[in-house]
Write a protein that binds this ligand. Structure first.
Ligand code: HEM
Length: 444
């Protein structure tokens, strides 16, 4: 464990993969105290996240670190009030609200398509990871704070991103730092926390000034009308910003890379969107654009932004054939599960066809959005957002790999990002080039 200590910090994805390859689907890390297990068998994963979810809580190092930024918001909270907060926030993700968000996502993407319209005919190399981050942040701002799309909402988004980065950096510092020691990083984090408090309260006060009766049906309005304290509202706002933009941005960057590497798949997506006729909507994009949806599902399989989730048992349980005591930590990695050859033939290959007729539901070997009662509340939102952004970006532009291409390495942050960005060639589509025959469909 000590020998691998540095490599865990340098490349946790490679470390988890090598632990699984060497020791199998249930690995106990040799650490003092209650067991810390890597759980990679789909049946065991279901036990921890779904069947036995009542006694596998979120009191883990991962969520304690996140709570330093988000407080006990929806993701990090383990309190029974979590279910009440989820109920209050849920209408923000209902179909009717998602339909309203369609235009906001399109508007956020239009900023980029307008810039791309000015590219020279031979195209240019663009960091699509940066583009995806701008779009995803803009979407979160427009949909969560709608009327408050002011400089302050943008400041809140920026401060939250900065604080999340500090948390990751803190978690990676080589020497564990005692809680009481005021290191420069901790002081910066505390300052970021104070800024987040001030910004959220400003947004809350502004919305209260506009109306004293109902506060609107976006997330901020729902939280205000739901009887939460200002502190609780602040925690939920920051939670949604953290959960809602880095994940989507990373997923979009990897999807664009996979499509740049597979031109027939990209042409098929473009043809499907063009055949669809009208604009793509957040709701129903899966049914009306099955290929686009299969591309997104397959991209989330190969590059799941949420690369690890963790739980702690509050009572003894049986994992596989192992009796585990209360206090056991279970580490579950969608990154590993999605590459199990038992579940996924040719696991490292991009084959959207595998999802075309099967869908993704009820599988415990595919969990980009988690499983069980703590399933991602933003799942439909994220899937719809990705379908719209891809359809808009690729309608009139082609992405391809630049000369001397090698894939950026995945870097495990809050989400898995392409290290050093994702530079792709973006070229305007001529009518002829967008009608290339996608060729025969490969079998899964
Ligand atoms: C591709 C994009 C996304 C991915 C891959 C993703 C992934 C996940 C995963 C794996 C979980 C479960 C964590 C666990 O069980 O410990 C989760 C929970 C959550 N996600 Fe997402 N998410 C995405 C987008 C979003 C969006 C757009 C929002 C909101 C705007 C959001 C808000 C949340 C919240 C609030 C939770 C906690 C739910 C609860 O515990 O009740 N996510 N997400």
């Amino acid at each position: 464990m000590l020998r691998t200590f540095t490599s865990v910090r340098a490349n946790p994805l490679a470390f988890l993969a090598s632990a699984q390859q060497q020791y199998g689907d249930l690995v106990a890390f040799p650490v003092p105290g209650p067991p810390v297990l890597l759980v990679n068998d789909p049946a065991d994963v279901r036990q921890v996240l779904q069947t036995g979810a009542r006694h596998w809580d979120k009191q883990t190092v991962q969520y304690a670190a996140l709570a330093q930024v988000t407080g006990p918001g929806l993701i990090a909270s383990d309190d029974p009030s979590w279910i009440e907060h989820r109920r209050i926030a849920a209408p923000a993700f209902h179909h009717r609200r998602l339909d309203d968000a369609t235009e906001q996502v399109r508007a956020a993407t239009r900023v980029t398509t307008a810039a791309w319209a000015r590219l020279p005919a031979q195209g240019a190399t663009v960091d699509v990871a940066e583009v995806a981050m701008q779009i995803a942040l803009d979407v979160v701002g427009r949909t969560l704070f709608s009327a408050d799309l002011s400089a302050r909402a943008q400041d809140l988004l920026d401060a939250t991103s900065a604080a999340a980065k500090l948390i990751v950096a803190l978690g990676r510092s080589i020497v564990p730092v005692p809680d009481w020691l005021p290191t420069p990083m901790k002081l910066r984090l505390r300052a970021a926390g104070r800024e987040l408090d001030a910004l959220s309260h400003e947004l809350i006060d502004r919305r209260r000034e506009v109306s004293t009766d109902s506060h609107g049906n976006d997330l901020l309005g729902l939280l205000l009308d739901g009887g939460l304290s200002d502190r609780e509202i602040r925690d939920e706002l920051v939670t949604m910003v953290v959960a809602g933009h880095e994940t989507v941005a990373a997923a979009l960057a990897w999807t664009l890379m996979l499509l740049a590497e597979d031109q027939p798949a990209q042409d098929r997506l473009r043809a499907e969107v063009s055949d669809h006729g009208g604009p793509v909507s957040m709701v129903g994009a899966a049914e009306s654009l099955p290929w686009t949806r299969a591309v997104i599902d397959e991209s989330l399989r190969l590059f799941p932004p949420a690369w690890v989730v963790s739980r702690r048992s509050s009572q003894p349980d049986l994992i596989g054939e192992q009796q585990v005591p209360a206090g056991t930590t279970a580490i579950i990695s969608p990154w590993l599960l999605h590459r199990r050859p038992e579940s996924w033939p040719h696991p490292d290959e991009f084959r959207p066809e595998r999802f075309l007729h099967t869908g993704t539901r009820a599988r415990s070997d595919y969990l980009p959005f988690g499983l069980g009662p703590r399933l991602c509340i933003g799942r439909e939102f994220a899937l719809g957002e990705m379908a719209i952004v891809l359809s808009e970006l690729l309608a009139h532009h082609r992405v391809s790999t630049p000369g001397g291409w090698s894939r950026p390495r995945p870097q495990a942050h809050v989400a898995v990002h392409p290290r050093g960005g994702m530079p792709l060639r973006v070229t305007p589509c001529t009518a002829a080039s967008s009608l290339i025959d996608p060729g025969p469909v490969r079998s899964p």
